[in-house]
Design a protein around this ligand. Structure first.
Ligand SMILES: [Zn+2]
Length: 298
């Protein structure tokens, strides 16, 4: 009997896809980063897709089931998942992934946050009260996040510690080269003025030197109104935007409206992995983002 059980265990351990570590990523970019670092040592579940609004996710029972079996939750933090993740983690009954435990990781802790409000007024429905959480669109942020993530994976899974650290090193080398290439290609975008649907692209703009001149949402998370759009259009005279940007998951109506009235291109960007067919991984995300922006100025 014992021999039989041993055989079964060995068989399970050698099955393809048998992974030491179960990772629950809240958004596609962190799922992709964990895969880059962990390779076949991790099994990654990603809770949302690039076509979902990451601010407005429901705490579905299927998410609870995944959280229950997770060794590590990788979240953005900075309030992005505040509407669903605390509930899922609490109700999972999984002690290992509670905030403060090694099984809980927040990427935003490892970057310099932009747009942290000086005066906080939650009554206005501001969904960026802890600063802008869309940190994935400055690729340089992925160095510190990736390094911290590799250390965390190593801490949780000591037998594979070397593999995680080597995985990060290999990723960082490729990432460094890719960033240099993107920065070269994106030089013509320096100083280009943009309107944005939501403040999805402040880190992207900070990195590439795009200049935000207006937001279609009157406040973060509040849908555009016709009055606000009309006011933005009037501002085109003095501070003209060269294009209007939206994330793949956002409705195209408001940006198409203002693009037509102002005679500028409306540009849909993947925003995260899976937002467009071209953005199949982290490298594709930035390849496609830079290409779409360049196409809009030519
Ligand atoms: Zn946001």
């Amino acid at each position: 009997m014992i021999k039989f059980l041993m055989t079964m265990l060995l068989a399970a351990a050698s099955l393809p896809g048998f992974a030491a570590l179960q990772v629950f990523a809240t958004v596609p970019e962190w799922g992709a980063l964990v895969r880059e670092i962990g390779g076949d040592k991790v099994s990654v579940f990603t809770a949302t897709t690039g076509l979902q609004d990451p601010h407005r996710i429901q705490a579905r029972p299927s998410l609870l089931a995944q959280a229950r079996r997770a060794d590590l939750v990788v979240a953005t933090g900075a309030g992005l998942e505040v509407g669903w993740l605390p509930l899922v983690i609490r109700d999972s009954g999984n002690a290992n992934i509670q905030p403060g435990r090694p099984g809980y990781f927040e990427a935003a802790r490892f970057v310099t946050m932009l747009d942290v409000p000086v005066v906080l007024d939650r009554s206005q429905g501001d969904i960026h009260a802890a600063g802008n959480p869309h940190i994935q669109l400055d690729p340089r942020n992925l160095f510190r996040i990736g390094e911290a993530l590799a250390n965390r994976l190593a801490e949780l899974d000591p037998p594979n510690a070397q593999a995680y650290l080597a995985g990060y090193k290999a990723f960082a080398a490729k990432w460094q080269a890719a960033i240099a290439r993107w920065e070269r290609e994106a030089l013509p975008l320096r100083g280009v003025t943009v309107l944005v649907h939501h403040q999805s692209f402040v880190y992207l703009a900070h990195w590439l030197g795009l200049k935000g001149v207006g937001t279609l949402e009157p406040r973060p998370g509040i849908e555009p109104t016709s009055g606000h759009l009309t006011a933005l259009l009037a501002r085109q005279e003095n501070t003209p935007a060269k294009m209007v940007l939206r994330a793949a998951y956002q409705s195209d109506g408001p940006s198409l409206w203002i693009a037509e009235k102002a005679g500028i291109p409306a540009v849909m960007l993947p925003f995260t992995v899976g937002g467009t067919p071209e953005a199949g991984d982290l490298f594709g995300l930035f390849d496609d983002t830079v290409q779409r922006l360049l196409k809009a100025i030519h």
